[in-house]
Design a protein around this ligand. Sequence first.
Ligand code: NI
Ligand code: MN
Length: 231
Amino acid sequence: MPVTLTWTGHATWLIDTGAGVLLIDPFFDECPTASMKAGDVVCDAILVTHGHFDHVADLAAIAKRTGAKVFCNWEIGQWLGGQGVASVQPMNLGGTAPVPGGTAKMELAWHSSSLPDGTYAGNPCGWLLDVGGKRIYVAGDTALFSDMERIGRPRDGRGLDVVILPIGDLFTMGPDDAREAVRLLKPRLALPSHYGTWPPIEQDAEAWARGVATDGVATAKVLMPGDTITL
Ligand code: NI
Ligand code: MN
């Protein structure tokens, strides 16, 4: 089974590992660019990078409707428990857990994190996935940081197949730093995320992809909300 990635808009992704669908940072019904509604999402596990509204807005509702296990840090797990979400795998930075199709490691991210009601949400994170025979790094909301070189370092002779990077600027790294991130991570394919949702994070993603191509490290591909790529 090939692994597929679907961008539904903003920073929300569906990754079908062949053994189940992972949903990253559910933000649908109040997302101006979302390609689908929260009520139509089918998934087997949900991975959360941090507590900001544009990453958790539909989290509790989808978790309760689908019964999908939520992988998140301890603090967000406690918050979900208070909303009646029963199936949670609390983790923290550096930890790895089994997910459908492989494993998910909670990686570093430089950002902030609080929940929509003001609850402390612990540290933000990225996700390093080993699923369906592919290595996929989802950076989450973050600035550029030099540990990306470590995250991209080959293990067992295998580097990263795909990286999903924010390029929107203002609240995360912008296009130039995202290009540098690609140079550090050295993936085969780079996909832009967290841009174009609202005017303050509008970006020319095609220009960014051309810049990545100029650097000669990876191929970059621009998706439209609702697009799926097969690895
Ligand atoms: Ni954020
Ligand atoms: Mn965000």
